[in-house]
Unconditional design. Structure first.
Length: 313
């Protein structure tokens, strides 16, 4: 049985998608099925079919991945509420795209408006990848300061940007930027005896290559009806609570070009009193990162009807 008074809902970003996401939830919970049906209506095509049946190549396109994760996260929450009644977690947060799902969970962003915003976010990031192709890589066994030094040296050598994109957990830092600068950073990391894994993406998320898209996204934010969150939500950019509509607008306006400070976000949630982290998404990415951030913290991945039944004890 979960003690919701010390629990946080956390939502993943890109990389957590998979064909079949949310399908068994929709089959067992009408409230979850209704979320997918609404997504089909808002987006104007059989989006549910893409989530449930694929093809994977199409689902993996940024413009589809982001709304798929958003819709599945909200559908999972609605299924939990159908099973347990209204739940009142202590706080919420999301990794990159997941931050928008967290805003909806916190009552700050209506579902339909959120879905339109997420779809636009994905479209703009896809467009940025086409106009300014970039690359991303995970550096393993490095501290943030080391990763920053590697990026600064590579940027200096090439005259092109590469930056820390995600501080996922101790020993796992993702860097992002111009492909040439990133290759230089990987060579420097290798010289220093560090492992690096290039990611299978063509966009440089959370880097200066997203500047033009971030400007267009800020225009979309102005049209979005944000309200004051009903519970604390920790933002990626400053790893601090978003308390007002202005906080949210500033946060999301900076998010595409700023680092995801996930380690610090988890620590900020713990400072609020969070002891249990409940991940609502198709996989267990954030639950895995949590084990690296704090072995003593409890992580629960909720990605199936069976997992929701287990929450009820």
């Amino acid at each position: 049985m979960v003690d919701w008074s010390s629990a946080a809902l956390v939502f993943p970003g890109q990389g957590s998608q998979q064909v079949g996401m949310g399908k068994d939830l929709a089959q067992q919970y009408p409230a979850a099925a209704q979320v997918f049906e609404q997504a089909d209506q808002v987006l104007g095509f059989p989006f549910t079919k893409l989530c449930f049946e694929g093809p994977a190549e199409q689902l993996d396109e940024t413009i589809n991945t982001q709304p798929a994760l958003y819709v599945t996260g909200v559908a999972t929450l609605r299924a939990i509420e159908a099973q347990l009644g209204s739940v009142k977690p202590l706080a919420t947060a999301g990794h990159s795209l997941g931050e928008l799902t967290a805003l909806t969970a916190a009552g700050a962003l209506p579902f339909e408006a959120g879905l339109k915003l997420v779809r636009e976010r994905g479209r703009l990031m896809k467009e940025a990848g086409e106009k300014s192709p970039g690359a991303m890589a995970a550096l393993l066994g490095v501290e943030i300061a080391d990763a920053q030094a590697i990026c600064e040296q590579a940027s200096s050598q090439t005259g092109k940007p590469v930056v820390v994109a995600n501080d996922n957990c101790p020993g796992q830092v993702v860097i992002s930027g111009d492909a040439q600068a990133l290759d230089s950073a990987l060579a420097i990391a290798k010289e220093r005896g560090k492992r690096a894994i290039k990611l299978a993406v063509s966009i440089a998320a959370h880097s200066p290559l997203m500047t033009q898209s971030a400007e267009a996204f800020r225009a979309a934010l102005l049209q979005t009806p944000f309200v004051v969150p009903a519970l604390p939500i920790i933002g990626n950019v400053n790893a601090a609570p978003l308390r007002t509509r202005e906080d949210i607008m500033t946060e999301l306006g900076a998010q595409l070009t700023s680092s995801v400070r996930w380690t610090e976000s988890v620590q900020a949630l713990q400072a609020l009193g969070v002891k249990t982290f409940i991940e609502l998404g198709p996989k267990e990415v954030l639950t895995g990162l949590l084990k690296r951030i704090d072995r003593g913290a409890t992580g629960i991945a909720v990605n199936s009807a069976e997992a929701i039944a287990a929450l009820a004890g």
